[in-house]
Ligand binder design. Structure first.
Ligand SMILES: Nc1nc2c(ncn2[C@@H]2O[C@H](COP(=O)(O)OP(=O)(O)OP(=O)(O)O)[C@@H](O)[C@H]2O)c(=O)[nH]1
Length: 376
């Protein structure tokens, strides 16, 4: 994408360096190797495979191992974290997969209704499979979740287990998979019951990445969405890549209500006689905003003001670098209330805070993968 190219390149190169480095214990460690083998062996044995992808990167979060198995009606592509992706893009991606005879399903694992709907869909699917294979009603169905790290497999498995139609006693065991914002937390294959009569068990598996990632853009997207451990990545590169995406999108326009600028683009002075009531109104809006999060609002306001006042050409790489520099070194520091002090890493702090807001969906909804040109 024009305007983001150098940020993609910088970040992508850092990720590639890590995946190329000899210290592969960080990247493709023995856990991942063992898990990859165990998953590969089990795929032919289970009744259904749910390939969990991140709805923000429906293509880049593909689980490569599945390519070794013929695509079939046993496989369902789950686009998880749909709450963080661009809704209309998710619809387009769903249509794209359907046209190619895949079965896609968009999910928010944190949303009860979304999980309930999916459970109904899954049970209908299981009944179809039983009918077509003439299986008895007492046979247990096993469904395996596979995916790259941090796409939400464990959160999805836990929600299915909690909401599934199983007895209170079975739920009472409080068996659950480990959910964490850090990738690579699931180390073993865990089985959770999600339905009775007939019984359905879900197998949660550890996330697996390819041993090496050669493509810079793919690497950058995986890093930003959290599939790669943040310890391995320069956080300021990650944050700058995100800013390049945000600056080119229209999301910031939704934050106009937080702005303290007048129509000429000048900042309204606090306490000024003419701007006072307008400012008061805006402050009220801020207080009423459902997030009730002053920092988020300050960040949105700062970004809206800075992007709106920007006179350069966003698709020009040089101009974009200039804008991001201003956002990063002054505007966001102020919004996050990060003071420069010689001992602290102000840049790193701003970067980490910004990435956290992005990953929790408080800075808009972005789908980073574009549909293949032939489909648009
Ligand atoms: N907003 C949002 N966050 C989600 C969703 N599903 C999972 N998460 C979050 O994503 C992070 C990763 O979730 P996990 O369930 O641990 O991911 P995983 O795929 O099991 O990760 P590995 O152990 O690395 O394989 C956690 O912080 C979850 O709370 C979702 O649908 N929406």
């Amino acid at each position: 994408m024009v305007g983001t190219a150098s940020f993609v390149q910088n970040l992508g190169n850092s990720v590639k360096k890590v995946s190329d480095s000899k210290s592969s214990s960080w990247w493709y460690n023995h856990h991942m190797r063992a898990a990859s083998r165990a998953i590969f062996q089990r795929i032919p044995l289970v009744d259904l495979v749910l390939e969990v992808r991140d709805a923000r990167i429906p293509m880049s979060s593909e689980y490569g191992q599945l390519r070794y198995f013929p695509s079939s009606s046993r496989n369902i592509i789950i686009l998880n974290k749909m709450d963080l992706a661009d809704r209309s893009k998710t619809k387009e991606w769903m249509a794209y997969f359907k046209e190619r005879n895949y079965i896609p399903y968009a999910i928010n694992s944190h949303n009860k209704d979304s999980i309930k709907e999916f459970l109904n869909f899954l049970q209908a699917r299981v009944r179809d499979i039983r009918r077509s294979t003439h299986s008895s009603d007492t046979r247990t169905t096993t469904v395996m979740l596979v995916g790259i790290p941090n796409v939400g497999k464990s959160a999805f498995a836990n929600s299915l287990h909690q909401i599934g139609r199983i007895s209170a006693a079975e739920k009472g065991k409080l068996k659950h998979s480990t959910v964490s914002p850090q990738p690579g937390e699931t180390k073993n294959i865990t089985s959770l019951k999600i339905a009775s009569h007939p019984n359905i068990y879900i197998l949660d598996t550890p996330g697996v990445l390819p041993p090496k990632i050669l493509d810079a853009e793919l690497s950058a997207k995986l890093a930003l969405t959290g599939a790669v451990d943040d310890i391995l990545i320069d956080q300021s590169e990650l944050a700058q890549y995100f800013l390049s995406i945000l600056n080119l999108s229209d999301e910031y326009k939704n934050w106009a209500k937080f702005s303290t600028m007048d129509d000429d683009g000048a900042a309204t002075s606090v306490g000024g006689s003419s701007g006072g009531s307008e400012l008061h109104k805006k402050e009220n809006q801020i207080v009423n905003d459902h997030t009730q999060d002053i920092v988020v609002q300050a960040v949105r306001r700062a970004l809206f003001d800075e992007i709106s006042a920007f006179k350069g050409n966003m698709v020009d790489e040089k101009d974009m670098v200039q804008l991001i520099e201003a956002q990063f070194t002054t505007v966001l520091r102020k919004a996050f209330n990060v003071t420069s002090n010689p001992c602290g890493d102000a840049t790193g702090m701003v970067a980490a805070k910004l990435i956290n807001l992005y990953r929790t969906g408080r800075l808009g909804h972005y789908t980073l993968d574009s549909l293949p040109r032939s489909h648009m």
